[in-house]
Design a binder for this molecule. Structure first.
Ligand code: MG
Length: 158
């Protein structure tokens, strides 16, 4: 058995008038994430981790923000694309580990929903999806609630 590991990270700006979509879940909040797509930092970070693990280019390469066809795209489509790439390389996802950094809203209460939503596409079992939600202790743009970030690590088996 051979293993591959991939790391992905993403950050998007929080702005009034945007929906807040995290891991495909609509989180009620006074602000949301700004982006060319639906700005789902969680799906973007996981997708980049998967693509990185199989040596593929990142989601910005495949879903260029300069292309009108990807405007407001549902990021679940990006995740589905990354999973297809993983399969093309003869691999499957063993587990993913995710850290979401947001000062507000408090996200811990959404973890089960995030897991269900991620597993609806990954299909690896919710016990193979680890999610940590943390603040940035008031520091920097994340701490000032001007952005939300996500880091993801994926382990693949060949
Ligand atoms: Mg992004």
């Amino acid at each position: 058995m051979e293993y591959r590991v991939g790391l992905g990270e993403d950050i998007h700006r929080l702005e009034a008038g945007c929906p807040l979509i995290l891991a495909g879940v609509h989180v009620p909040f006074e602000k949301g994430l700004l982006g060319h797509s639906d700005a789902d930092v969680v799906f973007h970070a996981i997708s980049d981790a998967l693509l990185s693990a199989v040596g593929e280019r990142d989601i910005g390469f495949f879903f260029s923000p300069s292309k009108e066809e990807f405007k407001d795209i549902d990021s679940r489509r990006i995740l589905e694309f990354a999973i297809e790439k993983v399969k093309t390389h003869g691999c499957f996802v063993s587990n993913v580990s995710i850290v979401i950094t947001a000062e507000r809203p408090k996200l811990a209460g959404f973890i089960d929903e995030f897991k269900r939503s991620i597993d609806a596409t990954l299909r690896i079992g919710e016990d193979r999806i680890g999610i940590t939600c943390k603040t940035n202790e008031g520091l920097g743009p994340l701490g000032e609630n001007r952005a939300i970030a996500c880091h993801a690590v994926a382990l693949l088996e060949e």
